[in-house]
Write a protein that binds this ligand. Sequence first.
Ligand code: NAP
Length: 495
Amino acid sequence: MACGGDPRVRWSTGRKARLSTGDLGVLWRRHVAQTYQMQPRTALDGGELMIDGQLAPVLDEVLRRNPGEAEFHQAVREVFESLAPVLAKNPQYADAAVLERICEPERQIIFRVPWVDDSNRVQINRGFRVEFNSALGPFKGGLRFHPSVYLGIVKFLGFEQVFKNSLTGMPIGGGKGGSDFDPRGRSDGEIMRFCQSFMTELYRHIGEYTDVPAGDIGVGGREIGYLFGQYKRITNRYESGVLTGKGISWGGSLVRTEATGYGTVMFAREMLKTRGLELEGQRVVVSGSGNVAIYAIQKAQQLGATVVAFSDSSGYVVDEAGVDLDLLRQIKEVERGRVDLYEERRGSAKFVAGGSIWDVPATVALPCATQNELDEAAARTLLTNGVIAVAEGANMPATPEAVAAFQEAGTLFAPGKAANAGGVATSALEMQQNASRDSWTFEHTEDRLEGIMTGIHDRCAETADAYDRPGNYVAGANIAGFTKVADAMIALGVV
Ligand code: NAP
């Protein structure tokens, strides 16, 4: 089908247009699940139900109102499983319908993102921004560009973000966004045109006092640059605080790039300390090889651990000599290649196509790729091989059954909303620097990150103790994150 006057500009999805939106959604999710070997789970699929009687009807209503959003159901259920004792102690939360309100995003925006590829074909993607909760501050959370993105993924991430941001102690609410755009294999020009089109709609919904997006999977410094450039052009404002993850020379913060991976390892170090252990000498496996994974590897190595494996969606690499981080960064950050290139260039490395990286024995496991990448079978393999600590660098990478297996075995387990909060916390530090037209040194900013991560660890541990769940960081994170937001929501009235 021709579009406009230029015969070279054509719809690339003409056949799909004859299908209904519902068909498309089902077909698309099936295609993505097959392509990316994802295993979306339903919330009530036979797993052990630990939802309190008071919470069950609220969860039922969430499932009814948000059909087909498996990841969102999973995230809500996981938080609800921790909240029964909180509601028992604090009847004011039920009286003010805080749970019902906290599960309903304040605003959900879905928009068309049209752009023209290098072959002059018109491409259409779908853009999302879910502004989940602004009780503590402007909505804050990343943008994800990945073909698996649909409303359920954005809502799960936004929901998690609310509690994570609360845990940081910084004045930030929670939100998330993204697109089903697949950046893989796209030229720099295509990425720029996509980002510009995406921002041409998004700009009217964001602002330094309203909603402050950042990066996530598929959105790094390059994409933030194109997004910020378009925002600046449309609004005629150099409003640095509207996006975080900016380049250092144009309003970014030192340590932001490293912060999520560094913070995850700092959290793991604090957990190990509670058992009189340290990271030095541990054997570490890190899944993924993107932003979070690379800087988790770097910090683990700085603290004396040996990192022996990493991965991407094509497979995993084992390097018994310890990962050569410079080589990995060259392949991933400069050449944007696949991890099998690492094997070609390093004698001690072995690439395994497909398979599970969790088959590689480790004492510390850091899942840093994506949601539901570590299932119960993988958890049992890790346990058999002697894992003592697991910290989630990614959001919800361990399935509920995997988390239960770790907890039953007494393994230290840190949920992502606590362990990977260093990224958003440093984004809040970036906002502070933007607001004061200042820029801090690497050392000062890393010290602040250290203080924040240690604080989150202690808050989770103390809250778990106070609610009689010692050592349960999942309960500690959920309860501490929830109560702060809930109290603010009550203070602000029914809005
Ligand atoms: P990234 O730079 O895009 O890297 C993602 C990595 O995960 C890549 O190695 C990618 O491999 C792999 N991956 C993605 N989807 C996959 C799938 N379906 N199956 C297997 N591997 C997959 O993203 P990131 O920023 O590191 O984010 C990683 C995780 O951390 C996400 O869960 C994100 O939400 C979370 N997180 C990120 C931040 C942050 O500051 N960046 C903060 C908090 C939490 P391919 O290249 O082959 O796809």
